[in-house]
Design a protein around this ligand. Structure first.
Ligand SMILES: [Zn+2]
Length: 293
């Protein structure tokens, strides 16, 4: 029995996974400002609700982890810097634990049961508060030497001093344009009002200038970054997941235009742009299958 846990900024989702299906699942909230020990207790309790004696559990976490299971830092959950999350969870659950970055875990799910069956080399981009990335090369997951491969959110797309500030402290990162906070800020600057992305999409669909501009600028920043990635890797596909993928039709033409403008050669710019086949389940499914690697 495989168990996967997707540890998000506001929610923890756990599931018993059979191949590409989640057969039973449990959800718990993560409280903002919770101590590390409380978060670890939540992560443990969702697993124990699914199985009193798990054989092995895979965890997808919202940040990077080294090959030993030690967190570098979790941007949206304070206090985890240097925490040996793999060892802590193994002690609490008394079974082998696999830990990986959430976008990388989602890419593994997609590689096994989604578009990865058809496309051997792809980048999975998760669009949300943060912009994550997971890389699959020649059917194999590529987390990188220290777990940072595919971190597209912090790729720099402008040197301008006016560029918006990113949560990482730099200016001009893709995440500062394309992450939820960046989109809301830009929408406000253009005279719109929204607390989440959906009203921006609705504004764009009804032809309102502010909404259309936000998606245009988002697509431009994303497409520019993807053109650089394509120049380096010449991938078979780019797969999008996360909340914004519901508005992907609004984004796609602008991403494609920027790819055509910035990619080195036409075949690189015409890479298929796809929405994840597994959707919201990619994290849990991928996390569960980490235990088989
Ligand atoms: Zn950044």
């Amino acid at each position: 029995m495989l168990i996967g846990v997707d540890f998000g900024g506001t929610q923890v989702k756990a599931g018993i996974v059979d191949g590409g299906d989640v057969v039973r699942s449990v959800v718990a909230d993560t409280l903002p400002g919770a101590a590390v020990s409380e978060v670890l207790t939540t992560l443990t309790s969702v697993v124990l609700q699914l199985s009193a004696k798990p054989d092995a559990v895979g965890f997808a976490i919202p940040g990077e982890v080294d090959s030993e299971g030690r967190c570098w830092r979790l941007t949206n959950v304070p206090g985890f810097e240097g925490v040996h999350i793999g060892r802590e969870l193994a002690e609490r659950l008394n079974c082998p634990i696999a830990v990986e970055n959430d976008a990388t875990a989602a890419a593994l799910g997609e590689r096994l049961y989604g578009h990865g069956r058809q496309y051997p080399s792809f980048l999975m981009i998760t669009l949300g508060t943060g912009i994550g990335g997971g890389l699959v090369m020649g059917h194999s997951l590529y987390p990188g030497t220290h777990g940072f491969a595919g971190e597209v959110g912090h790729m720099n797309v402008t040197r301008s001093l006016d560029a918006p500030l990113c949560a990482c402290g730099q200016r001009g990162c893709i995440e500062a344009y394309v992450g939820t906070k960046g989109l809301l800020r830009r929408f406000r600057e253009l005279g719109g009002r929204a607390d989440e992305v959906l009203p921006i999409a609705l504004a764009a669909r009804s032809g309102q200038e502010a909404g259309l501009r936000v998606f245009e600028e988002m697509g431009e920043a994303l497409g520019k970054g993807l053109a650089n990635i394509q120049n380096l890797l010449d991938l078979n596909a780019i797969v999008f997941s996360g909340g914004i993928s519901a508005s992907f039709d609004l984004l796609e033409p602008h991403v494609r235009r920027a790819l055509r403008e910035y990619a080195f050669a036409p075949p690189l710019a015409e890479v298929p742009l796809l929405v994840s086949e597994l959707g919201e389940r990619a994290g849990v499914i991928g996390a569960a299958h980490l235990t088989e690697l």
